[in-house]
Every structure is written in structure tokens, then in C-alpha cells.
Design a protein around this ligand. Structure first.
Ligand code: GH3
Ligand code: MG
Ligand code: MG
Length: 312
């Protein structure tokens, strides 16, 4: 029976050291190992090392000497962590540099290796452990980010949920009060949406909601925030905006919704409209409940004035 061996993985190592003899030694150790393939890129200064990280995202680990000129290895660790937070960095230390090792770990190095104790086995042990640990940390961070997103985003529309947008509005209100700048809030409600469900069915209704959710941000600035308030109602927060500016943006949203039909999978297309009520922070509207109440009243006016419009 023929044994098929697992293909060896290639690891990219960035080595930052101005001692070329030591570089040759390390390269020899890494390249003599049977289990993995290592590609070593060697640079002699901190600056060149950071340039490498900026230019190539595929490094698996960096080995950095402490005593470098003009900036030392600790500087490299700090700057590299800002560029590549999950890149494991192992610091190579000289004789009597326990304090440096402690400082390196404090700055985020994965491990340190005293140069005088280096051997192939020790190097492989440190490198393999650091890479494995960094992979694990990255996976954990990604899954916790995913969990956090799941709790703040609405399943259907992928817009922020009400509790998250409320939280952000409260913070922006505090900022606006402190810095005496504007803040506006809009409440958007789809017109005769019940009829859409009744005529085309709930799944088409869902598709319309997703469609409208994707249209709203197109008429807004980066800093504006859109959330799903509930059912077929959406909230838009306009930080640092006076009522008149927010009103104009809402008119653009309203026009965009009315002029962009949903293409139905079963053929044909469907146009929906929306009504929007806007309110601005003022001496008489000082907090979130007051703004919500005012935006809701303006929305009611828009509905009663014939829908497909903005009222303030
Ligand atoms: P108006 O113009 O006065 O706002 O009329 P409307 O029909 O839009 O208002 P109404 O509040 O009577 O109906 C809202 C409808 O939205 C009823 C509800 O079934 C539907 N709806 C709420 N959430 C969802 C959802 O997630 N998916 C779908 N498909 N429909 C939803
Ligand atoms: Mg409604
Ligand atoms: Mg409605």
C-alpha cells in the first residue's frame, strides 16, 4: 500500500536582524525541518521590516532582534501590532536582557528567545507554538465579532436593531449637547405595506423590506445611522445635522424608494412608497423620547397628508 504524505504547509517568516551570521543560522534551522516549509524574508532594520508588513499581508510570524538601529525591536513590536494585530512576534534577545524580554511581552510579543540558547528544536518549538496560538486568538476574535454583530443586526434587513440604534442616539445626543451642534432623527414607515403582504404574500413583503433597507443608506452620509425600528418602520439618525439638512436627505430617501421598484423573482416589478417624519434636537426636544415622539407625530402628518412624503 502506498502512503500518501500530507503536503507540507509553507510558513512565511519575517526576520528583522542586522546580524547576518545569525540570520544564516536561523534560516538553516528553519529550512532543515521536515515537518513544515519555511520561507524566510530577512531585513536588517525596523523600518524595512514594517515596510514588508505593509506590502505583504501573508506573513505568519516575525522574529525580531532587540538591538537594532536606529529604532529597536520594541518599537517594531509596537508598530507591527498596530499594522497586524494577530501577527505573532518573537523577540530575539541578547545576553542579560531579561528586562527587555519582559517589556517585549508587555508590548504584545508572543514569546522571546535568548540568542545564546537557540537550537533547532527550541526555535521550532517557539515558532510553532506562537503561530498556533495566534491562529487560535484570531479565530476567537472573529467569532466574538460575529456574535456581537448577530446581537446588534436585524436578521432580515441586516440594519441595526432598535436597542443598538437607541444606544447610539443617546450617545450622540450627549455629544450634541456638549458641543452645541445639531442632531436629527427620522422615522420612516412604508405606505400600505399590509396590502403588499396581502397581495403578494409575506415572502415578497420580506424582500421589499430588504430592498428598502438597502436603498436608504445610499442617500445618506457615512456617519448617518439606519436601524429597523420594528415591522416596516425604520429609524435614521443624522448626527451633527440641523433639521433642514436632515429633511433634505429624507426627501432624497423618499424619492429614491418611490423611483426604485423591486424586481420580483416570479417576474414583474413592484413599486412601494414611504412616509417620513423628521425631528431635530432643540431646547424643547432635548432627549430621545421627546425626539421619537415628535418624529412619530410628523410621520402621522405625512400619512394624513397623502403619504409618499416627508413632514417635520
Ligand atoms: P400605512 O401606510 O398606514 O403605514 O399602512 P400599512 O399597511 O403599512 O400599516 P400597518 O401598520 O397596518 O401594516 C404594517 C404591516 O407590516 C403589517 C405587518 O404584517 C407587516 N409587517 C411587519 N413586519 C413585517 C415583516 O418582517 N415582514 C413582512 N413581510 N411584513 C411585515
Ligand atoms: Mg407601521
Ligand atoms: Mg406602514
Amino acid at each position: 500500500m502506498r502512503r500518501v504524505s500530507k503536503p507540507r504547509r509553507t510558513y512565511r517568516i519575517l526576520m528583522v536582524d542586522d546580524d547576518s551570521a545569525f540570520e544564516t543560522l536561523v534560516r538553516g534551522f528553519l529550512q532543515s525541518t521536515q515537518r513544515h516549509l519555511f520561507e524566510v524574508e530577512w531585513v536588517s532594520t525596523c523600518g524595512r521590516g514594517l515596510d514588508e508588513l505593509r506590502a505583504h499581508a501573508n506573513y505568519d510570524l516575525a522574529l525580531v532582534e532587540y538591538k537594532l538601529d536606529p529604532q529597536d525591536g520594541l518599537h517594531f513590536i509596537e508598530a507591527a501590532r498596530a499594522l497586524r494585530p494577530f501577527l505573532p512576534i518573537v523577540m530575539l534577545t541578547g545576553h542579560g536582557s531579561e528586562m527587555v524580554a519582559a517589556e517585549a511581552l508587555k508590548k504584545g510579543a508572543a514569546d522571546y528567545l535568548p540568542k545564546r540558547l537557540i537550537s533547532r528544536v527550541r526555535l521550532m518549538e517557539v515558532v510553532a507554538t506562537a503561530i498556533k496560538k495566534a491562529r487560535h486568538q484570531q479565530k476567537m476574535a472573529q467569532s466574538s465579532e460575529r456574535i456581537q454583530l448577530l446581537t446588534i443586526l436585524d436578521d432580515l434587513t441586516k440594519l441595526y436593531r432598535r436597542h443598538y440604534i437607541f444606544d447610539r442616539i443617546e450617545k450622540e445626543i450627549a455629544y450634541a449637547r456638549r458641543h452645541h451642534c445639531g442632531l436629527s432623527l427620522a422615522m420612516l414607515d412604508l405606505d400600505h405595506f399590509k396590502k403588499v403582504n396581502d397581495t403578494y404574500g409575506h415572502p415578497v413583503g420580506d424582500r421589499v423590506l430588504v430592498h428598502v433597507a438597502s436603498l436608504i443608506p445610499r442617500e445618506l452620509r457615512e456617519i448617518d445611522l439606519v436601524g429597523r425600528y420594528g415591522g416596516e418602520e425604520f429609524l435614521i439618525m443624522f448626527p451633527r445635522s440641523m433639521l433642514a439638512e436632515a429633511f433634505k436627505a429624507c426627501e432624497r430617501v423618499c424619492n429614491r424608494v418611490a423611483s426604485t421598484p423591486v424586481v420580483l423573482e416570479e417576474g414583474g416589478q413592484l413599486t412601494v412608497t414611504c412616509s417620513i417624519g423628521v425631528a431635530g434636537l432643540s431646547s424643547s426636544l432635548r432627549d430621545l423620547p421627546a425626539l421619537l415622539k415628535q418624529a412619530d407625530a410628523a410621520l402621522y402628518d405625512a400619512k394624513h397628508a397623502g403619504r409618499n412624503r416627508v413632514c417635520a
